[in-house]
Unconditional design. Structure first.
Length: 202
């Protein structure tokens, strides 16, 4: 699990209009977060961002703090816009459905319990690493600007409905994309999570 994506730039960014004309690097699908307010999204690889920022190929990047601190990218992009664009979880215990059906009940129980414990442990580690990384960025001269909730709401409503796009792409493959999205959003709503945009209802 990674902490939330933020914007790291050569010049300070505090509002959406500051993005106009900037070349912002990030992973392919993440570039959708930059559509709608004049930024030019540039696909790229984490290992190339330092040099691309240093040489002017990029003006900013969208990454998580741990990756920036670990590679000293704050040396060439000392400004962080803390917009909390979203986290990524690529580490989870999963089991193929056919395999799951063949497993004894006691094994299923252990896996289910372990999955919850593993999730919680990884989440705590991600947040702790993020806090240490932000402290390192500050200690090395980094400047952090926290975007207001109003600014985040404007950002969310300006960009395309990427969740709906994802669901529609699954539907075209014969998969229940809309049902998955609705189930996820319903779970978030039931848990009282703060939701800026109800993408499944648009």
């Amino acid at each position: 699990m990674l902490d939330s994506y933020q914007i790291f730039s050569k010049k300070q960014i505090t509002k959406l209009t500051d993005f106009k004309g900037l070349k912002v690097g990030s992973a392919g699908l993440n570039l959708r977060w930059l559509q709608g307010f004049g930024a030019a999204g540039v696909g790229g690889s984490l290992v190339t961002y330092y040099n691309k920022l240093k040489t002017g190929v990029l003006d900013a990047i969208m990454l998580w703090p741990e990756s920036v601190a670990g590679r000293k990218i704050y040396e060439v992009a000392p400004y962080m816009l803390k917009a909390d664009l979203g986290a990524v979880n690529s580490k989870a215990i999963t089991v193929n459905t056919n395999t799951w059906k063949r497993l004894p009940g006691e094994v299923r129980k252990v896996l289910q319990e372990s999955a919850i414990a593993y999730r919680d442990r990884v989440a705590k580690q991600a947040l702790a690493k993020a806090a240490r990384s932000i402290a390192k960025i500050k200690a090395n001269g980094g400047t952090i600007f926290v975007m207001s909730q109003a600014g985040r709401k404007k950002w969310a409503n300006t960009m395309p409905n990427v969740a709906k796009f994802w669901a529609d792409s699954l539907e075209k493959k014969g998969l229940p994309g809309k049902a998955i999205l609705a189930s996820y959003m319903d779970t978030m709503r039931a848990a009282g999570q703060p939701i800026i945009r109800h993408c499944d209802k648009e």
